[in-house]
Design a protein around this ligand. Structure first.
Ligand code: NDP
Ligand code: 8X3
Length: 258
C-alpha cells in the first residue's frame, strides 16, 4: 500500500462529495490524518467511518458553512491538539448556481457563489495559514477551474469567482514567498460529480446530460493529481495545473458521440 502521507494532517473543505470526498479517500489510503469540512455532517460521518474501517484513518469532522467566518473561527478553536499540526490544506468547497445571462441571473445565486468560492476560501486560508507560518512548512491547494481561464457563454459569475480563485492563488505564491509554504492552483475541466446537479438546482436529468457522449474526469482523477503535487519534495512547487478530459479542448469544445 502507498503510505506517502504517513502521519501528515490534511484539511479538506467540501469533503462530503465529488473531488473533496475522493481526495479524502486517496489521502486516507496514503496514510494521512484528516480534517474534513462540509455542511452535510452526516455524509462526513459515514465517509469517516468507512475510512476508519478500511485504512484505520483518524478523522476530525467539522460541519460548517465556509461562508460563516464566526462559525469557522469557533470550530477552528475546537480542533483537538492531536489534529492541529496541519500540513496540507485543500481549498475545494465551491459551487456553481445557474447558467444564464447576467440580465437573467438570480442575485441569490450570485451571492452564494461569490461568498462560497471566494470568501470561503479566504476565510479557511486565514485560519490555517498561521499554523503553516509557525512551522515554516505547509501546502495550500486551491481548486479553481478551467472556468477561471476562459469565460464561456452564461458562465459569467461562476467564471468570475474562479478567475478570483486563480488571482488569489497567484497572490498566495507571492505572499508566502520566502517561506517553505507551497501553493498549487488546479484548474479542472469537466469532472462528473454533484457539481451540475447543484448548478441546475437539483435537475438530475439536465445534470446527467453534461457528462454524456464522452468520458469525463472523475473526482479520483483530480484527487490523484492533488496527491502527486503534495508529495513532491519540499523544494518543488507546482504553481498551476490545467486538467481536462481528453475529449475536452476548451470550455465549449467537447468532442461528444451522442
Ligand atoms: P460537488 O458538488 O460534488 O462537491 C462540492 C463540495 O463543496 C461538497 O462537499 C459541498 O458540501 C461543498 N460545499 C459547497 N458549498 C459549501 C459551503 N458553503 N460550505 C462548506 N462546504 C460547501 O462538486 P465538485 O466536487 O465538482 O466541486 C469541488 C470543487 O471543484 C468546486 O470548487 C468546483 O467549483 C470545482 N470544480 C468542479 C468541476 C467539475 O466539473 N465538477 C470543474 C472545475 C472545478 P456540502 O454541500 O455538504 O456543504
Ligand atoms: C466547472 C467546470 O466547465 O462547468 O468548473 O465550468 S465548468
Amino acid at each position: 500500500m502507498n503510505r506517502k502521507l504517513d502521519g501528515k494532517i490534511a484539511f479538506i473543505t467540501g469533503a462530503s462529495s465529488g473531488i473533496g470526498e475522493a481526495t479524502a479517500r486517496i489521502f486516507a489510503e496514503s496514510g494521512a490524518k484528516l480534517i474534513l469540512l462540509a455542511r452535510r455532517i452526516e455524509r462526513l460521518n459515514s465517509i469517516a467511518e468507512e475510512l476508519k474501517k478500511e485504512y484505520n484513518t483518524e478523522s476530525y469532522l467539522i460541519g460548517a458553512d465556509v461562508r460563516d467566518f464566526s462559525k469557522l473561527q469557533m470550530e477552528f478553536k475546537k480542533i483537538p491538539q492531536e489534529f492541529r499540526d496541519i500540513s496540507i490544506l485543500v481549498n475545494n468547497a465551491g459551487l456553481a448556481r445557474g447558467l444564464e445571462k447576467i440580465y437573467e441571473g438570480n442575485v441569490q445565486d450570485w451571492e452564494e457563489m461569490i461568498d462560497t468560492n471566494i470568501k470561503g476560501l479566504l476565510y479557511v486560508t486565514k485560519l490555517v495559514s498561521p499554523i503553516f507560518l509557525e512551522k515554516n512548512s505547509g501546502h495550500i491547494v486551491n481548486i479553481a477551474s478551467l472556468a477561471g481561464r476562459a469565460v464561456y457563454p452564461n458562465g459569467n459569475v461562476y467564471c468570475a469567482t474562479k478567475y478570483a480563485v486563480k488571482a488569489l492563488s497567484e497572490a498566495m505564491v507571492i505572499d508566502f514567498n520566502g517561506t517553505n509554504i507551497r501553493i498549487t492552483n488546479i484548474d479542472p475541466g469537466l469532472v462528473e460529480t454533484e457539481f451540475s446537479e447543484v448548478r441546475f438546482h437539483g435537475d438530475k436529468e439536465r445534470a446527467k446530460r453534461v457528462y454524456q457522449g464522452y468520458k469525463p474526469l472523475t473526482g479520483y482523477d483530480i484527487a490523484n493529481i492533488i496527491l502527486f503535487c503534495v508529495t513532491l519534495p519540499e523544494h518543488v512547487m507546482i504553481q498551476d495545473l490545467l486538467v481536462t478530459p481528453t475529449a475536452q479542448a476548451t470550455a465549449t469544445i467537447v468532442s461528444k458521440n451522442l
